[in-house]
Design a binder for this molecule. Structure first.
Ligand code: GLP
Length: 235
């Protein structure tokens, strides 16, 4: 695991953008795994800037997002789909047919998990996956206790996660109880992984990740078993 300590959120975003820029330069048809939340916002802003300045292009890339709330989808301002359109997709040259998120509105959620998993597989697999980390160590929405051999799945969100994501919703009742997320094994299948963790509220999670103990009770700890992980962190 490579650890890069930064002194600002902007520096973290810049370094992450450099890693993705290098990936796209090496392989323009890369399959990129994307994340939502506050951690990657600065990174997306920088990628948009580079794309609009024609320094990079997503024209041949494919993207897969980690997760989506059950009951949320296109057109809903609080869906991850909308988050991605607003902060990245609408501002870059990635064709609409090649960005993917799990469909939180699917009637048959189990079938949707299988469909998403197959779609990732058919793309040739994720070359570079971006991750944030939950205060309880979740990656994607794989909450503590998620099996390391899990594939895309429906997950019940913990109170801690619902609380920390409450800021994105007008009313507490509006926070979904479930989500579809790539499983831990799906994430681990990515060839390379970059994890972003910035701020005082992430210090404990980063320390626990650093400590090296690998346990399903702290999902991010599985990353110690992956050969190409870079953690960019600071406070
Ligand atoms: C959310 C997302 C995760 C994200 C995490 C941290 O619940 N499902 O993918 O990494 O929380 O979010 P933030 O970056 O806003 O702290």
């Amino acid at each position: 695991m490579d650890w890069i300590k930064v002194s600002s959120y902007e520096q973290m975003s810049e370094i992450a953008a450099d890693i993705f820029t290098e990936q796209l330069a090496k392989k323009p048809d890369s399959v990129l795994g994307l994340a939502t939340g506050g951690s990657p916002l600065g990174f997306y802003k920088e990628m948009v800037r580079r794309c609009q300045a024609e320094e990079i292009s997503f024209a041949r890339a494919t993207t897969f997002n980690l997760d989506e709330y059950v009951g949320k989808g296109p057109g809903d301002a609080t869906s991850y789909h909308e988050f991605m359109c607003r902060n990245l997709f609408r501002q870059i040259d990635l064709p609409e047919t090649r960005h993917h998120l799990p469909n939180g509105l699917a009637e048959d959620l189990a079938a949707e998990c299988v469909r998403y998993e197959k779609l990732i597989e058919a793309s040739g697999g994720i070359d570079l996956q971006l991750l944030g980390i939950g205060v309880n160590g979740h990656i994607g929405f794989n909450e503590p206790g998620s099996r390391f051999d899990s594939r895309t799945q429906v997950i019940e969100l913990t109170e801690a996660t619902r609380k920390s994501n409450a800021r994105y919703f007008e009313k507490e009742e509006g926070i979904p109880a479930k989500a579809i997320t790539m499983g831990i094994e799906t994430i681990m299948s990515a060839r390379k992984i970059v994890l972003l963790a910035f701020g005082a509220n992430k210090t404990d999670a980063v320390e626990r990740l650093k400590s090296g103990a690998v346990t399903e009770e702290f999902p991010a700890s599985v990353l110690h078993k992956h050969p190409h992980v870079t953690v960019i962190y600071g406070k």
